[in-house]
Write a protein that binds this ligand. Structure first.
Ligand code: COS
Length: 389
């Protein structure tokens, strides 16, 4: 019993339903067949990249004047959800392309947008470099510095846990430009992979999302032209947090897709698997578990679509209510993705624990969604602050 948008959700306009069916077909035909191997071999999902690039689903959020499709946030989360339903690693292609360009779209000059965004629309990847070894949840504690030298900025430092970082053409990098000014002394830059002094370091060996490289990035006297700064000097931390207000729902969508994929696999399995002389679907325990899984998935979907739509509705940014639902939908969807994938494994019993079925991969992929783009504890903190203001 796969998710049926015709009766599982308030009716979305026709264009979104058509979009879902188009991306679902690509995901099932061109991405799903490679998902297990991508995970087992810890290799980049080249087939997914090609399929997404050829169909234009790689970065639907890029505005049309910069070569993209100008799709809204709801369309972007539907694309990510449908790819994640078959392959969590591959869903990070559209998700991180948005994360790595959102700051630029929100706060950058048209000249800088014209330089970067067409590259991403045409198939290059983008990344977002905020986190450092000693600055994770406390993102404002970063040490990477940028010093002005004539018409250039010179960056020194390193970033870690950068999703798709080793494959990115363009990276949004946050760096300290005024060490005395706290979070108001952080600025954001667009760094190109060929900029002198930019180097990709080691890759992490991870529990899940093994097809998506998680890289260290080094900046060693990395020189970039002054016009690569996003917005004004000192606004980089705000841009970074505003970005997350727009992109946490995309991680929620990734979690949602993974949960839906595990649910679909479990439903299929329980109808086939016989014990005590009948399909295990006939047992009330199975039915109650499936009912609980479905309630959680459907609730998460409503939250994510609402959070995504808020961006288009002009819900206040700059620390306003946009972040409340964004953080909440991400935390909720990732928590239920963990629960649902574990339930799916339990329903499949011993087989669920093997690589012969996708649910163990989905459980491992789900785990990261509780951690990145703000741990769910940070998301609750963001919510708490906004509820009380
Ligand atoms: N949008 C715009 N500005 C924001 C904002 C938002 N959502 N949230 C906070 N700000 C502003 C504040 O208004 C403040 O500005 P002023 O200095 O002008 O007053 C500034 O940013 C600093 O905010 P704050 O004092 O709240 O910062 P903290 O260091 O206390 O906390 C948190 C910021 C913890 C919320 C932030 O560091 C965070 O989200 N951390 C998690 C990082 C993360 O998600 N990492 C994953 C990276 S992607 S894998």
């Amino acid at each position: 019993m796969a998710f049926n948008p015709d009766f599982d959700l308030f009716q979305l306009p026709e264009e979104y339903r058509e979009l879902r069916s188009a991306i679902r077909q690509i995901a099932e035909e061109q991405i799903a067949p490679h998902a297990a191997e991508v995970d087992a071999d810890e290799r980049f999902p080249e087939e997914a990249l090609k399929a997404l690039n050829e169909s234009g689903f790689n970065a639907v959020h890029v505005p049309d004047e910069f070569g993209g499709q100008g799709a809204d946030s709801l369309a972007a989360v539907i694309v990510i959800e449908e790819v994640a339903r078959v392959c969590g690693s591959s869903s990070l292609i559209p998700a991180v392309n948005k994360l790595g360009t959102m700051g630029l779209i929100l706060a950058g000059s048209d000249e800088l947008k014209a330089k970067v965004l067409p590259d991403i629309a045409e198939g290059g990847l983008a990344s977002y470099a905020l986190t450092e070894r000693e600055a994770g949840s406390d993102a404002g504690g970063m040490k990477t510095k940028a010093v002005r030298d004539g018409d250039e900025w010179v960056l020194n430092g390193s970033k870690c846990f950068i999703t798709n970082g080793s494959r990115a053409t363009w990276v949004t990098v946050m760096a300290v430009t005024d060490p005395e000014a706290g979070s108001r002394g952080i600025s954001a830059f667009m760094v190109h992979k060929d900029d002198p002094g930019f180097r990709v370091g080691g890759l992490e060996h991870k529990l899940g999302i093994k097809g998506s490289p998680t890289a260290e990035l080094y900046f060693e006297d990395c020189r970039i032209p002054a016009d690569r700064m996003i917005g004004e000097e000192g606004t980089g931390f705000k841009t970074a947090l505003q970005t997350l207000d727009h992109t946490r729902p995309t991680i929620g969508a990734q979690a949602l897709g993974i949960a839906q994929g595990a649910f679909d696999a479990a439903v299929e399995y329980v109808k086939e698997r016989k014990q005590f002389g009948k399909p295990i679907a006939a047992f009330q325990n199975t039915q109650f578990t499936l009912a609980d899984m479905k309630m959680k998935i459907d609730a998460a979907r409503l939250m994510i679509y609402t959070a995504a739509s808020n961006a288009e509705r002009g819900v206040a940014e700059d620390g306003g209510k946009l972040g409340l639902m964004a953080a909440g939908s991400k935390a909720f969807a990732s928590d239920i993705a963990m629960e649902v994938t574990l339930d799916a494994i339990q329903l499949l019993g011993g087989y669920g624990y093997t690589r012969d079925f996708p649910v163990e991969r989905m459980m491992r992929d789900a785990k990261i969604t509780q951690i990145y783009e703000g741990t769910n504890q940070i998301c609750r903190m963001v919510m708490g602050r906004q509820i009380l203001t």
